[in-house]
Design a protein around this ligand. Structure first.
Ligand SMILES: Cc1cc2nc3c(=O)[nH]c(=O)nc-3n(C[C@H](O)[C@H](O)[C@H](O)COP(=O)(O)O)c2cc1C
Length: 330
């Protein structure tokens, strides 16, 4: 079965890889991911401003996960080992490149133009094969319009592209009012790929302590559906490379994402729960499905369930929505 795929100009042996997470903070885990068949490695983000308390929230949550799932201790670096400082992050790129043969995709998460460009350049100089930009931002300013938010992202992307030679993918949240239009503008402004979707880690409220409870909850398979819907719509309208992230757990999930137009599929929660080796099961299951359905390559499958052949996706979506609601029997 020919699973080979080109993503962001990188020739990959298959479309399945671990998404951005602390896993590759450990060289041992990175090697285990490569042995399990990962076609590339996405590092966790280097945050432009690494706020001390956000860092400790993440550390606490990971610690909790380590306690509840002892197996995770074998592949999740203990929080104090997180290479969160920029110098350590850059060194980790170099170390990973020496330790594994698959491409290394670094990740940046920031909000000001200056910071992004400076770090992006350093990441490139450290040898990353590609860069993922995570536009993780909540708009909390009533004076800021949706158009302002998109404009700023486009400006950041343009200045990074002007300064970088390596390919750049943009990781988005689903919370934009017209995603196809925004994605088209990002691609026109130089994005080499689009990663759908970022997850926001919504805090809960402690009603007794009147406090905010930051929680890091791993995803579930249901979350994949949001990605499938948007991939089907956007990939048909804007040709570029797409990575699906969020709710992909199995080989079957991977197949669905490719069907809707994903070039690659990223797995995080699934591997944090089951360990890096689980990626080999994912890849084998996807391969088995392709064989059973008489495909000879993954390329043959790509986009078969996108809206490419649907003249009016909006009417189709609304039609299905109405049929579903009206079909409900009480
Ligand atoms: C512990 C943990 C750390 C993560 N760190 C990052 C990060 O640094 N940068 C980023 O873009 N996404 C990060 N993510 C988000 C994942 O890359 C992914 O988009 C998200 O978990 C949805 O995929 P999943 O359903 O396969 O988990 C992180 C997720 C988890 C669970």
């Amino acid at each position: 079965m020919n699973l080979s795929t080109t993503y962001l100009g990188l020739k990959l042996k298959n479309p399945f890889m671990p998404g951005a997470s602390p896993m590759p903070d450990s060289i041992g885990a990175a090697r285990r991911l490569e042995d399990a068949g990962a076609s590339a490695i996405v590092m966790h983000s280097l945050f432009e401003e690494q706020l001390a308390n956000e860092e400790s929230v993440l550390e606490n949550e990971i610690s909790k996960h380590l306690e509840s799932t002892p197996e995770a201790a074998s592949f999740l670096p203990i929080p104090t080992e997180f290479a969160l400082e920029p110098d350590e992050y850059l060194k980790q790129i170099t170390d990973l490149k020496q330790a594994v043969e698959i491409p290394i995709i670094a990740s940046l998460n920031g909000i000001t133009e200056g910071g992004w460009v400076k770090y992006a350049k350093e990441i490139e100089n450290a040898g990353a094969h590609a860069l993922e930009l995570n536009f993780y931002q909540l708009s909390t300013d009533v004076n800021e319009t949706g158009a302002d938010v998109e404009k700023r992202a486009i400006e950041i992307l343009k200045s990074i592209k002007q300064n970088l030679k390596i390919p750049v993918a943009v990781k988005l949240s689903p919370f934009f009012s017209s995603l196809p239009n925004f994605v088209r503008n990002l691609v026109a402004s130089g994005a080499d790929g689009i990663v759908l979707f970022n997850r926001f880690y919504q805090p809960d409220i402690d009603t007794e302590e009147l406090d905010v409870l930051p929680t890091l909850q791993l995803s579930n398979s249901f979350e994949l559906r949001l990605r499938l819907r948007w991939l089907a719509i956007i990939s048909a309208a804007v040709p570029t490379n797409y990575a699906c992230t969020g709710g992909a757990y199995t080989g079957h999930d991977g197949i669905k994402a490719i069907m809707t137009g994903a070039t690659t599929v990223q797995f995080v929660s699934s591997l944090l729960k089951n360990g890096p080796e689980y990626l080999s099961t994912i890849i084998k299951d996807a391969e088995k499905w392709l064989e059973e359905h008489e495909y000879t390559s993954i390329d043959e499958l790509r986009g078969s369930m996108s809206f490419k052949h649907c003249p009016d996706p909006l009417a189709y979506e609304r039609g299905n929505y109405l049929r579903m609601l009206q079909g409900w029997k009480v």
